[in-house]
Design a protein around this ligand. Sequence first.
Ligand SMILES: Nc1ncnc2c1ncn2[C@@H]1O[C@H](COP(=O)(O)OP(=O)(O)O)[C@@H](O)[C@H]1O
Ligand SMILES: [Mg+2]
Length: 189
Amino acid sequence: MVEQGSGIVKAMLGFSRAGQEEKWCDVNRILAETKRLLGDQFGREITLQLQPGAVLPPVLGVGELIQQMLLNLILNAADAMSGHGPIILQTGLLKQAPANLVLAPAARTPLVYISVRDQGSGIAPEVLPRIFEPFFTTKAFSTRRGTGLGLSMVYEIAKEMGCGLMVESEPGKGSAFTILIPASVQTET
Ligand SMILES: Nc1ncnc2c1ncn2[C@@H]1O[C@H](COP(=O)(O)OP(=O)(O)O)[C@@H](O)[C@H]1O
Ligand SMILES: [Mg+2]
């Protein structure tokens, strides 16, 4: 189902990615820049709390794409909390991928993870399998008027970059979306 209509999402991403190159990225720096970019967009009721892991290896990728994934996840977290509460952005290093991934990372290297955690509505179990489908939204009748494209963009970017994705959610308590970025393996000499 996620594959259906992903052509549109890919076309949109292809457009926005023109001229962007892969570089060595410091994930903690991307987080800090994203926080600065959002400024006080959400008003005083929403706070972005950074919990950066110490000494992360750099990752090879397009920083703008990592930021695009993050922004989509942050906006969803803000929606889920109806504008009140903390959004926690955490980073760290994992030796291997956890079980129950939505998308498996392309490489079996250590993984730099970024998780976006909220204390919002959570996701009902019957809805959970559909959230990455293009145009799937539960906000069609809300004042937030979702397009249903945010998570399908996250999915397409993650796939393109070889990243993994994980979702944990408890209805009524909140959700955590985690991006798993393969850390580059140092070739030994
Ligand atoms: N952090 C979250 N908490 C609760 N539900 C979420 C969260 N993130 C995504 N969802 C669910 O997934 C659906 C799809 O998300 P998305 O693709 O970003 O579309 P949109 O935000 O436009 O509805 C949302 O409508 C919502 O039901
Ligand atoms: Mg969204």
